[in-house]
Design a protein around this ligand. Structure first.
Ligand code: B12
Ligand code: SF4
Length: 497
């Protein structure tokens, strides 16, 4: 649909604030809170940039990142006297988002409260019911609908015209009449990094080699259907920002912020070989000289890798999940162990750092399967391995599966998801493994990170004082898990292949 036309008479602008929920840093990062690194909120940042490009100024805030306590936050709200406050909501922070909405309503009774993000996208109506203080939900990508909402609020036009909006009409919750299409990423202005104190957003040590390194989103959407993942926020259609615009943005970031490194966000950054080739060639032609990292799938075209390395790629991460073919199939991962091994070998030959993440104890797996996967991570000789226990997030096939197969925490509350990183109290315990799953999870970190060969390999890669600092910070983030791993019972049974 077309967006409502801008008001014909100039109206005073709306005072708009977009925030992450009010919560503590510890609540946000759980066991990884030491050395986790920080990622700025790309969602509300992108919406702010878009609204401002249409002349609507926006304030942004992450209360925990700037170290606000409750009183500071209240003072901030009073001072700004905002008319529209948008909160970015994941399932991991939804209980804090509800509390934040309550607090806002108390301090600023007339302010309109809006929620968006992956959680309300899955549950628009339910989120409005559970948070009576919230006036609006915008599902899926927020840029165009939020602009339409701001314009409708200023002009007093019909909310039913705002795409992907859920709103209250008296006691009734209504959905707007229009579904918004996916955003063409070239419609976005360059991400408004200037609106953040970037010195507070230092990426995790495993994701950056040099500083400053900025996160950059060049791609959205995913065509895969992995059973533990919900892709409804950005949809299945893979969209890239055009190569020329990406290169221009990177050049601007070098000139304005002196960036030396980039983290390319986007779960399917490497899915289009043609895009990657042109991007890498462009980076070389423009002599951007950036050290970058990206996420990829292990079934990518190997011919791309030397060019990516030449263009500055120093590390790459992959969701490898498991070495068990049945598990990979159950996960609908469309990946096999041979592809994984081959890709890791090529990267190792090219001396690109490899990061793999694994899910231990997926439904149907036994203790032996977990041990096999841990040994697989070791065998791949990865530089960083991250292990997870399955977390059945809403909207996923995994949740439906465990509801059927058993093991889900009884009386599951949203609150339980906020402790998702506390794997000592998991939401799901695989009935074939029981609580030993937690011990095996802790053991995985110990097994992977305390091998003399691994430590020696990491030490050999040190080239500068900066590398030493990175290694120490990385170690800090997994230290607790390694210590717990020492306490865990050693696996008694031997692995079989
Ligand atoms: C990068 C990323 C991260 C980064 C940074 C997160 C961050 N600070 O933004 C890191 C690595 C830290 C991370 C960690 C985790 N993540 Co994450 N992450 C992503 C990823 C790959 C991209 C997010 C992103 O930057 N998108 C780009 C921006 C532009 O999009 P966006 O944030 O979705 O925002 C848009 C809309 O959501 C909406 N919107 C967002 N906020 C608001 C607010 C308002 C008011 C409105 C109107 C709209 C709106 O409009 C935005 C612009 O279009 C997504 C998957 C994906 N492809 O989206 C998963 C995803 C968000 N992560 C997810 C999860 C589960 C996690 C973790 C729990 C670990 C894990 N298993 O991956 C942790 C939790 C972190 C925490 N402490 O809470 C889930 C969330 C599921 C859910 N139900 O909430 C997702 C959707 C992946 C998935 N499909 O399972 N993540
Ligand atoms: S895990 Fe990655 S590849 Fe799989 S559906 Fe989610 S975003 Fe797509």
């Amino acid at each position: 649909m077309n967006l409502p036309a801008p008001p014909s008479q100039p109206h005073p602008p709306l005072r708009i604030l977009l925030i992450s929920p009010f919560m503590s840093y510890r609540d946000r990062w759980g066991q990884y809170h030491e050395g986790a690194g920080d990622t700025f909120p790309a969602g509300i940042g992108a919406i702010a940039g878009y609204l401002e490009s249409f002349g609507h100024p926006v304030a942004l805030l992450e209360p925990d990142v700037v170290g606000m306590d409750r009183n500071d936050f209240i003072a901030f709200l009073r001072q700004g006297d905002y008319q529209l406050i948008g909160i970015s909501v994941f399932t991991t922070n939804v209980v804090f988002a509800y509390e934040t909405a309550r607090l806002i309503r108390e301090i600023l009774p007339d302010t309109r409260i809006l929620m968006g993000g992956s959680h309300p996208t899955i549950f628009p109506e339910r989120t409005l019911s559970e948070s009576p203080e919230t006036d609006f939900i915008i599902a899926h990508e927020g840029e165009k609908p939020t602009l339409a909402l701001v314009r409708a609020l200023i002009a007093g036009t019909d909310l039913a015209e705002v795409p992907n909006l859920w709103y209250r009409d008296g006691d009734v919750i209504r959905a707007s009449l229009h579904k918004g299409g996916w955003l063409n990423l070239d419609e976005l202005p360059i991400f408004p990094y200037h609106k953040f104190d970037m010195s507070r957003y230092t990426p995790a040590p495993s994701l950056r080699r040099v500083l400053p390194t900025f996160n950059y989103m060049a791609q959205r959407g995913c065509p895969f259907l992995c059973s533990f993942c919900d892709t409804s926020t950005h949809g299945h259609k893979v969209r890239y920002r055009s190569v020329e615009k990406v290169l221009d943005d990177l050049q601007t970031l070098k000139e304005q912020f002196g960036i030396r490194g980039v983290i390319f966000e986007g779960s399917n950054f490497t899915i289009n070989p043609n895009f990657i080739r042109r991007l890498c060639q462009g980076m070389l032609d423009r002599k951007l000289d950036l050290t970058w990292y990206c996420m990829g799938r292990a079934d990518l075209d190997h011919d791309l890798l030397p060019l990516m390395k030449q263009a500055g790629m120093w590390a790459m991460s992959f969701g490898l999940e498991s070495c068990n073919p049945e598990t990979l199939q159950r996960m609908q991962k469309r990946l096999n162990v041979q592809q994984v091994k081959a890709t890791m070998q090529v990267l190792s030959r090219l001396r690109v750092r490899t990061i793999g993440s694994f899910i231990l104890g997926y439904p149907g797996e036994t203790e032996k399967d977990i041990l096999n996967t841990i040994e697989f991570a070791v065998e791949l000789d990865l530089d960083v391995a991250v292990f997870f226990i399955p977390v059945p997030f809403p909207g996923t096939k995994l949740l439906r599966d465990v509801q059927e197969l058993g093991g889900l925490k009884p009386d599951l509350q949203w609150q339980d998801y906020s402790a998702w990183l506390d794997h000592n109290h998991p939401i799901y315990i695989n009935p074939l493994i029981g609580t030993r799953q937690v011990e095996l999870y802790n053991y995985a970190f110990r097994r992977f990170y305390t091998r003399p060969g691994y430590i020696w390999k990491q030490l050999r890669q040190i080239r500068s004082a900066n590398d030493v600092m990175r290694l120490l910070q990385g170690f800090k983030s997994v230290r607790t898990l390694i210590m717990k791993g020492f306490q865990a019972l050693l696996p008694k049974r031997l692995m079989s292949n």
